[in-house]
Each structure stands twice: as structure tokens, then as C-alpha cells.
Ligand binder design. Structure first.
Ligand code: 5GP
Ligand code: ZN
Length: 119
């Protein structure tokens, strides 16, 4: 069924606590944890607890949880105190854009200068 946990999904396993993660924040609908291969001093992944392949699919299925996700991204930035200097929220979508885990997730990046346009 749409949104149900997927047995072969890494992030569903992190939500189920089958794989450990450094959790930063948790709500009823979202989980935020540090990226295992950080690309900036702050690099946190914010994921919905429901499984959808990417951000746009999540938004089409559940606008409220999508809003929760974005609000939590802001809370993560404030918690790491990178909101003052600026941070970036990234949703890689599709393998050509670097998506490797097909469970929607926001990267929250900050704590260093961030180039524009991104690579
Ligand atoms: P994507 O490439 O799909 O946009 O982002 C997936 C992210 O998940 C990558 O930045 C990668 O470093 C991170 N990642 C992959 N496996 C794990 C893991 O087991 N734990 C954590 N915390 N992050 C992971
Ligand atoms: Zn999943």
C-alpha cells in the first residue's frame, strides 16, 4: 500500500531501528539523523516515516507530512545554529541527480560556504 514500509529500504530500516543512526530530532511523522558521509559540518537527513520514493511523490500523496518535513529541516538548522549563516535544503531526485536512496529525504547542509549553482 502507498506509504507502507519497504523491506528492502535502508531508511525504512533506520526508522524501524534495525540500523542505527545518530538521531537529531524525531516527530510523529519525521526522523532527522546525521548523514553517514557528511559533505558539510552540518549534514542531516530529514525523512518522512512513510515510504515514498522521492519528495515530489511524497508531496502529491501527503502535503501535511511534506510541510512537517520542511519545518523539521528548519528546526535542524536552528538546532545546529546554521540558520544565521545560511543553509541549504536539497532533494536529489532521480539517479542522474545523485539520488541513491529511494525513500524521500531532505539533506540539510550548512556550517560552511555553499556554492551556487551546486554541482
Ligand atoms: P541521496 O544520494 O539519495 O540524495 O542521499 C542518500 C544519503 O544517505 C547519502 O548522503 C549517504 O551518505 C546517506 N547514507 C547512506 N547510507 C546511510 C546510512 O546507513 N546511515 C546514514 N546515516 N546515512 C546514510
Ligand atoms: Zn523507505
Amino acid at each position: 500500500m502507498a506509504g507502507e514500509p519497504q523491506a528492502d529500504c535502508l531508511f525504512c530500516k533506520i526508522i524501524a531501528k534495525e540500523i542505527p543512526a545518530t538521531v537529531v530530532r524525531e516527530t510523529e511523522t519525521t526522523l532527522a539523523f546525521r548523514d553517514i558521509n557528511p559533505q558539510a559540518p552540518t549534514h542531516v537527513l530529514v525523512i518522512p516515516k512513510v515510504h515514498y520514493a522521492d519528495a515530489a511523490t511524497l508531496a502529491a500523496a501527503d502535503p501535511q507530512i511534506t510541510a512537517d518535513l520542511l519545518r523539521e529541516a528548519g528546526e535542524v538548522a536552528a538546532g545546529d545554529e546554521v540558520d544565521g549563516t545560511g543553509y541549504r535544503i536539497v532533494f536529489n531526485t532521480g539517479s542522474g541527480a545523485g539520488q541513491t536512496v529511494f525513500h524521500a529525504h531532505a539533506h540539510v547542509l550548512g556550517g560552511r560556504g555553499l556554492n551556487w549553482p551546486p554541482g
